[in-house]
Design a protein around this ligand. Structure first.
Ligand code: GDP
Length: 323
């Protein structure tokens, strides 16, 4: 059994590789919901949507978010009403937000709504929100205290970041199945997602970090930092703002208390050698996922490298033969 902790765009590419080498019933994806927000009164969960669309084969590969070949007529029409249009909700994407909001208005939890959406789209892997409680990633900047989507989409992550907090996290509980998925997995993988705004919100939900520390599973993370920069987006600036080095060593430090293996890009081989001296297992492989084949190759390389560290290597090795 493999459990993945992930955000949206970087994580979705990694999950795309994994889904092609692992049986869906062996895969549980625990997703960041710190970016969730109400948009035009609808409950939007950007990272759950990216992972769901990816697993359903609907994700726009060009944009990395939203539904492929989507149109944006509703956005235009809402603009004519004078409503905000900075969040690019496509028409087909909106159907997901409407359906989720309908299920939640009927009393379903976010977990239940997520499972229902996945089932209707024919997804067999398990997708779990990190929590059913509202945990909101807030980014403090000189321009104000922003929601993650305001910081990231509306203001294109141009503001200097003073701090990041996860409002509501201390009272939140992990969604049903999350702790169990971490404890009972053979392998827990942290996708190459933004450590500060995609993985840290998950770790901020009480009980999840402890479960990772105590789990018998091998815990491996794929670095979203290559060389001295994030592959995409503001992860580097956010890590620096939190006092972490923008390097594979900084990523290792971020996950220090539970990490067994860090997977880094081949171009970081010299830094990997240095990091091994700390006792951490470091696996070097190409990690930039430009093409379809890169995603599968990375997923295979990670599972092959990390699974032998697991006490229960057999199930995944079996599934590797199938791939
Ligand atoms: P978000 O919620 O949409 O920001 O998505 P994620 O947090 O899952 O993904 C963003 C992170 O993925 C950034 O920190 C990137 O550096 C990283 N990333 C994106 N593409 C790649 C890739 O091809 N390889 C690696 N190693 N990291 C990537």
């Amino acid at each position: 059994m493999i459990t993945v902790l992930t955000g949206g765009t970087g994580g979705a590419k990694f999950v795309d590789g994994l889904r092609q080498i692992v049986r869906p019933e062996e895969l549980t994806i625990v997703v960041n919901t710190g970016d969730d927000m109400l948009w035009w009164g609808l409950y939007v969960s950007p990272d759950l949507d990216s992972i769901t669309y990816m697993l359903a084969g609907k994700l726009s590969q060009e944009r990395g978010w939203g539904v492929k070949r989507d149109t944006f007529y509703a956005l235009q029409a809402m603009g004519q009403f004078g409503e905000p249009t900075w969040f690019n909700a496509g028409d087909r994407d909106l159907a997901t937000h409407i359906f989720r909001s309908k299920l939640m208005a009927e009393g379903k939890t976010l977990s239940e709504a997520t499972a229902e959406i996945a089932a209707r789209l024919g997804i067999r892997a398990r997708i779990l929100p990190m929590s059913n409680a509202r945990v909101e990633t807030r980014v403090l900047t000189p321009a104000g205290d922003l929601s993650f989507e305001e910081y990231f989409v509306r203001r294109r992550y141009q503001d200097p970041v003073e701090s990041v907090r996860f409002s509501g996290s201390s009272d939140a509980q992990p969604a049903p199945g999350v702790i169990e998925a971490i404890r009972s997995a053979d392998l827990v993988l942290l996708a190459p997602s933004n450590p500060v705004t995609s993985i840290a919100p998950i770790l901020a939900v009480p009980g999840i970090r402890e479960a990772l520390r105590e789990s018998g599973a091998t815990i491996a993370a794929v670095s979203p930092i290559v060389g001295e920069a994030a592959v995409t987006g503001p992860a580097g600036a956010l890590m620096a703002a939190q006092g972490f080095a923008v390097s594979i060593a900084g990523v290792a430090e971020f996950y220090r208390d539970f990490l067994d293996m860090l997977v880094v890009d081949s171009q970081d081989a010299p830094a990997a050698e240095e990091l091994r001296k700390s006792g951490l297992s470091v696996h070097c492989t190409p990690t930039i996922m430009r093409h379809h084949e890169d995603r599968i190759a990375l997923a295979k390389s990670v599972v092959e490298a990390a699974m032998p560290l697991s006490a229960h290597a057999a199930p995944a090795l079996h599934m590797m033969e199938r791939a």
